[in-house]
Ligand binder design. Structure first.
Ligand code: PHE
Length: 337
C-alpha cells in the first residue's frame, strides 16, 4: 500500500474543492468507514510485524493531516459563503424610499369642518338630515303651499313614492324643530340636489350650510352678528356684509346677504362682475307658519335661519372657476389645492 501516493491524491483533491458538498464527499472518501485510510488500517494485519508499526504511524499521521485539511478548507468555504451571502443581501440604505400616495382632506370637507368649528363656537349644535326627503320637510312645513309657484325656484328632482332629493338644507330645520324643544340652535352642512343644466357654475348637486336659532326674543341683530362671525371665520377679517330684501317662503322678512368681493376688496373685478359684492347666502326671520307647522307658538318664539352656498364659498376662497372640479375627483386638481 502506497501511503505516499494516497497522500498526494488527497492533497490534490483538496485543491479542487468548491463547495461544502464536495468537501463532504472527500471526507467520506478518505475518512469514512469504507474510506482509503480505514481500508489501510484494515490491511495492517496482513503486514509483517516489523512493518506494521511504521505503516500504522504513517496512516495515523495521514488521518490527522486529512482532518486538519478538512477543517481548514471547511473554514475557507464557510467564509466564502458568508461573503457571498452578505453580497446577495446587501441593502443600499442611501436608496430613496418608495413614495406612498397619501390621501388628503378634500377642500369641501375642510370647508365643512371650518364652518362647523365656527358654528360650535357660537353655540350651535351640529346636526344631519337625510338627502332623500319627503314633500313635508322640503316644502310643506317650510311654507311652500302645494302648487305654489315658489316651488318652481327649486328645480326639484323627484323620486318614486312621493320622495325627492332635498333641494336645500332648510329641510333639516324642520327635522330639528320636530325632534327638539326650544331653544333650538342647530347647524348642518350637506349635499343638496337640483335639476340644473350642468355648467362651470352649476351642478346637479352642491352643498349648503344651514343655521337655525329659535328662542325667545331672537332678533335680526343676532342674525347679523352670527353671519359676521361666519364670514370672518371663513374668509378672514375685514369684509363688509350687505343685506338685501329677498323672498323665501319660510322667512319673513327674507334677505340675501352679499359679502364684499374677496378678490378685489369691493373695488369691482371680473369675479364680482364689477359690482364689488358676492352673493353667498340667504337668510331671514323664521316665518310664523313654519313655527306653527311644527307646533311652536310664534307669539312666544322667534328666530332666524340662514343658508350658505358652500361650493361657492370654497370656489371664492381657493380661486376655483369651475364647480365640476369639486365633484369629479381629479387627482391633479386635488393635489393643487
Ligand atoms: N334654503 C334657501 C335656498 O336654498 C336658502 C335660505 C336658507 C334662505 C335659510 C333663507 C333662510 O336658497
Amino acid at each position: 500500500m502506497d501511503v505516499r501516493s494516497i497522500r498526494e491524491e488527497l492533497l490534490k483533491s483538496f485543491e479542487n474543492v468548491r463547495t461544502l458538498e464536495e468537501l463532504e464527499a472527500l471526507r467520506v472518501r478518505f475518512l469514512g468507514k469504507k474510506g482509503v485510510i480505514q481500508q489501510g488500517f484494515k490491511k495492517l494485519k496482513e503486514l509483517p510485524p516489523e512493518e506494521k508499526k511504521a505503516m500504522g504511524k504513517l496512516l495515523n499521521d495521514l488521518r490527522k493531516e486529512v482532518e486538519e485539511r478538512l477543517a481548514s478548507v471547511r473554514e475557507r468555504l464557510l467564509e466564502e459563503e458568508r461573503k457571498q451571502q452578505v453580497e446577495r443581501e446587501r441593502i443600499d440604505v442611501t436608496m430613496p424610499g418608495t413614495e406612498l400616495a397619501w390621501g388628503s382632506t378634500h377642500i369641501l370637507r375642510k370647508a365643512k369642518e371650518e364652518l362647523q368649528y365656527i358654528a360650535r363656537k357660537l353655540g350651535f349644535t351640529i346636526v344631519d338630515g337625510p338627502e332623500v326627503e319627503d314633500d313635508f320637510h322640503n316644502f310643506e312645513a317650510l311654507n311652500f303651499p302645494p302648487y305654489h309657484p315658489s316651488r318652481d325656484m327649486q328645480d326639484t328632482l323627484f323620486l318614486p313614492g312621493g320622495l325627492l332629493l332635498r333641494t336645500h338644507t332648510s329641510a333639516v330645520q324642520i327635522r330639528a324643530l320636530q325632534r327638539k324643544k326650544p331653544p333650538v340652535r342647530i347647524f348642518t352642512v350637506g349635499r343638496v340636489y337640483r335639476r340644473e343644466e350642468v355648467t362651470a357654475r352649476k351642478f346637479l348637486a352642491f352643498h349648503q350650510a344651514e343655521g337655525l336659532w329659535i328662542d325667545k326674543k331672537v332678533s335680526i341683530g343676532h342674525l347679523k352678528g352670527v353671519l359676521a362671525e361666519f364670514i370672518k371665520g371663513f374668509f378672514g377679517p375685514g369684509y363688509k356684509l350687505r343685506f338685501r330684501p329677498s323672498y323665501f317662503p319660510f322667512v319673513e322678512p327674507g334677505m340675501e346677504v352679499d359679502v364684499e368681493c374677496v378678490f378685489c376688496g369691493g373695488k369691482g373685478c371680473k369675479v364680482c362682475q364689477y359690482s364689488g359684492w358676492l352673493e353667498i347666502l340667504g337668510a331671514g326671520m323664521v316665518h310664523p307658519n313654519v313655527l306653527r307647522a311644527v307646533g311652536y307658538d310664534p307669539e312666544e318664539y322667534t328666530g332666524f335661519a340662514f343658508g350658505m352656498g358652500v361650493d361657492r364659498m370654497v370656489m371664492l376662497k381657493y380661486g376655483i372657476n369651475d364647480i365640476r372640479l369639486l365633484f369629479d375627483g381629479n387627482q391633479k386638481f386635488l393635489r393643487s389645492v
